[in-house]
Design a protein around this ligand. Sequence first.
Ligand SMILES: C[C@@]1(CC(=O)O)c2cc3[nH]c(cc4nc(cc5[nH]c(cc(n2)[C@H]1CCC(=O)O)[C@@](C)(CC(=O)O)[C@@H]5CCC(=O)O)C(CC(=O)O)=C4CCC(=O)O)c(CCC(=O)O)c3CC(=O)O
Ligand SMILES: NC(=O)C1=CN([C@@H]2O[C@H](COP(=O)(O)OP(=O)(O)OC[C@H]3O[C@@H](n4cnc5c(N)ncnc54)[C@H](O)[C@@H]3O)[C@@H](O)[C@H]2O)C=CC1
Length: 218
Amino acid sequence: MIPLLHDFTNATVLVVGGGPVGARKARRFAREARVLVVSPAFADRDFGDAELIRAAPDADDVPAWLERTAPALVVAATDDAAINEAVVDAAHDRGILVNRADRSGEREPGSVVVPATVREEPVTVAIATGGRAPALSKYLRQELEETLEGAGEMARVCSGVREQLKTRDVSADRRREIVTNVVNSPDVWTALRTGTSNCPQVIEDVLGEELATGGDRP
Ligand SMILES: C[C@@]1(CC(=O)O)c2cc3[nH]c(cc4nc(cc5[nH]c(cc(n2)[C@H]1CCC(=O)O)[C@@](C)(CC(=O)O)[C@@H]5CCC(=O)O)C(CC(=O)O)=C4CCC(=O)O)c(CCC(=O)O)c3CC(=O)O
Ligand SMILES: NC(=O)C1=CN([C@@H]2O[C@H](COP(=O)(O)OP(=O)(O)OC[C@H]3O[C@@H](n4cnc5c(N)ncnc54)[C@H](O)[C@@H]3O)[C@@H](O)[C@H]2O)C=CC1
């Protein structure tokens, strides 16, 4: 499987099954997509901004649900393997992405897995174990949350420095060198993590140093 980041803005995600797993997937996708959850019962969980539709489609009804809701992705999260199977089949027939929550290891070609995710906006790290050990994905996600502290701010620093340098007489090679030095600077990481310096200040310092050393170099 190959990891990709997919933009679900303005897309519909249909979750079939309203248990704890359906709720988790609904929350996940509702941060961006319009999420519909269809289920005869709903767990007492947070479903994000998802719209809850009380119904119990049988396997034959599933294609009509996909036709009616036209999702970009459908999540099969019921406790009924036959329904989950019908969701996968109907999605494949229509070229719709499908995530099956009750299957690991051997997967249907074309299926998608939902990874554990660490977000330090705009930085995203996704972890998967080939479906073998979701608990390990969760554990690693918790470990990485600490490692990534400050990475979002560092991304904004790099982006700001790069944009500023583009407006000056600085070669692309030199620009790359400066941005790489910033990312590799323990002092900048410490400053961002401890809050002794913020993004605009660091950008100003880096550009000031660059001007002091005379700008472009051979
Ligand atoms: C294949 C996959 C399909 C999919 O759902 O996309 C799948 C399948 C299954 N998960 C199962 C169990 C658990 N899943 C979790 C947690 C998460 N599971 C997630 C993803 C995935 N789970 C995909 C593979 C990802 C990968 O490659 O690693 C995460 C990362 C993302 C998310 O779901 O949002 C989220 C952590 C989010 C976070 O916290 O960061 C926990 C831990 C807990 O609940 O505390 C447990 C109990 C412990 C355990 O068993 O490991 C079972 C067994 C059911 C049973 O035996 O009854 C199956 C089905 C099977 O294995 O047959
Ligand atoms: N991917 C993951 O992280 C995990 C996956 N699983 C698997 O995912 C499945 C779902 O897990 P839980 O939410 O804990 O199960 P659950 O049994 O609590 O919930 C299943 C939900 O599906 C609904 N449902 C039943 N028939 C339906 C139908 N015809 N149409 C729509 N909805 C229907 C039920 O009303 C219930 O809300 C489990 O069977 C298990 O195999 C379990 C744990 C973690």
